[in-house]
Design a protein around this ligand. Sequence first.
Ligand SMILES: CSC[C@H]1O[C@H](OP(=O)(O)O)[C@H](O)[C@@H]1O
Ligand SMILES: Nc1ncnc2[nH]cnc12
Length: 292
Amino acid sequence: MSWKLGIIGGSGLYGLDGLENVRKETVGTPWGNPSSTLVHATLEGVELVFLARHDEGHRIPPSDLNYRANIDALKRAGVTDVLSLSAVGSLKEELAPGAFVVVDQFIDRSFARTKSFFSEGCVAHVAMADPVCSRLSAMAADAAEAAGVETVQRGGTYLVMEGPQFSTRAESQLYRQWGCSVIGMTNMPEAKLAREAELPYASVSMVTDYDCWRTEDADVDISDILKTMHANTAHAHALVRNLVKAMAANPRTDSPQGIETALEFAIITAPEKRDPALLAKLDAVAGRVLNR
Ligand SMILES: CSC[C@H]1O[C@H](OP(=O)(O)O)[C@H](O)[C@@H]1O
Ligand SMILES: Nc1ncnc2[nH]cnc12
């Protein structure tokens, strides 16, 4: 199967430069509406689908995002892989604003979100020990370096907070003690849902601020974040172009983690106990295993 890259653009990234063959599509899903219209396009000859996580004009806050609709819509659009581009706060001295962290772990402290496509009538438990695709992550890190990003860290833990308020200082210090690298509000349940949908996921976390633990700095403030975000966004555009160039040069094979078959043994509900209405909603996400 050839690459078809799904890109979820976070704060500051509401579109992509230089796209060709652009087609905008407003879609619905069984889980409701995704954040924005899907932008189908090609770049360097590679097919991609772009989705603005908070919609154009940054209309939707992290707790109100329809994460299930976003992932389902990308799955229905036929993407093979999902790249998240996110603004984050830094929890490490060495990760100054402007640094890019291609995270490989998450601590999910979000609590007011629907976290699974599965529920009563069809229960599934997928593995999340390795929550990102190592190959897509490595390609994204290479692409960031080629884009001239000064600090690109391969690996790191992203603490997902509920928001929308930023952390208290005690929380920020606690997350540092936990060894987290960056903090943001959106990558969960997105990464969990991508796994349930058997989509390899990678997150490029672009540092905009030092959160509030670093008392030498002023506390995190949205106007400072916006300034850094604009600089990061230029790098993000170059990263995407470099990434699809690498995809064009390297035919796609399945992910090293076998993410494309994550649901193979995950559904535990006995076939006769499954709820037909829920199964119908799961047609895109779990059709591979349910319809055979
Ligand atoms: C604009 S700062 C806070 C906001 O930015 C991040 O969103 P995203 O991951 O979509 O770039 C962060 O998680 C907050 O939602
Ligand atoms: N300090 C921070 N905390 C949470 N989300 C963020 N996004 C950007 N900076 C952030």
